[in-house]
Design a binder for this molecule. Structure first.
Ligand SMILES: NC(=O)c1ccc[n+]([C@@H]2O[C@H](COP(=O)([O-])OP(=O)(O)OC[C@H]3O[C@@H](n4cnc5c(N)ncnc54)[C@H](OP(=O)(O)O)[C@@H]3O)[C@@H](O)[C@H]2O)c1
Length: 223
């Protein structure tokens, strides 16, 4: 078991708050970041989540974290990370949970980037000193922190250019959230994030059909 850590979470939506709550419950220090220091959801979350929870701006959260989780709306992630501050991200593992979904024309949303590029790659290019690892973006927030909510075997994917960072993140997924190592599939370099970001429209369709967020993908293969 690793010692407790300081974790900066960018994003005050259901993802940021769900991950934050789980991490605080394990004794980690978590600062939830927002565009504004007094964001109501973040302040209320910090009051409820317990000792170790705090709220601030994107820059406050990024400076606080030894590791930073990007849980902002995908269309705004580059702006949010710019606000977080280049220096506050340099050398740190940046776990990218965001999806580049544009809801401005209603449902279903469209991907703002796909096929030949991904949001994760854009983030890595814009912040070359951050160690970007894409993961968790293919499951709902509740499932991210409790894979047992979906019965049976099902998987999580990892993409990233920095092998050591991916190894650290895989360990945290197991230690923090209970994802079994054999259920974590390392797809390869960060360009493979294109494939998991493009999986999200299918996830959204399944959610619409089945009426539950407690769904995930399982990869079956011949031995
Ligand atoms: N919901 C899920 O279960 C789920 C599952 C997998 C992946 N994801 C992905 O995870 C991310 C977070 O999802 P979510 O549902 O928790 O929250 P969300 O509503 O997608 O994003 C909320 C965050 O985005 C920030 N934001 C919005 N517009 C902004 C702008 N113009 N500039 C800077 N920041 C801006 C907000 O800042 P303020 O704090 O200032 O309001 C807030 O912190 C998304 O990319 C989503 O696609 C979500």
């Amino acid at each position: 078991m690793e010692a407790t850590m300081r974790i900066g979470i960018l994003g005050t939506g259901v993802v940021g708050r769900t991950l934050g709550t789980k991490l605080v419950a394990q004794g980690h220090g978590v600062r939830l970041g927002s565009r504004t220091a007094g964001n109501e959801r973040a302040v209320a979350w910090a009051a409820e989540a317990g000792a170790g929870a705090s709220a601030g701006t994107f820059a406050d959260a990024a400076a606080f974290g030894e590791v930073v989780l990007n849980c902002t709306a995908g269309v705004a992630s580059l702006d949010a990370l710019e606000a977080a501050g280049r220096a506050n991200l340099a050398g740190k593992v940046l776990v990218d949970v965001a999806n580049p979904l544009d809801f401005s024309h209603g449902m279903p949303p469209t991907l703002t980037v796909c096929n030949t590029e991904s949001l994760a790659e854009r983030i890595q290019r814009a912040f070359p000193e951050a160690r970007v690892v894409k993961t968790l973006n293919t499951v709902a927030a509740a499932v991210m922190v409790d894979p047992s909510l979906v019965p049976g075997e099902h998987e999580l994917f990892l993409s990233g250019d920095d092998r050591a960072a991916k190894g650290q993140v895989a360990g945290w997924l197991t230690e923090w959230f209970g994802w079994r190592p054999e259920r974590i599939i390392d797809l390869g370099d960060l360009s493979t994030a294109r494939t998991t970001e493009m999986l999200v429209p299918l996830w959204l369709r399944l959610y619409q059909m089945f009426g539950t967020r407690l769904i995930n993908f399982h990869v079956q293969r011949a031995p």
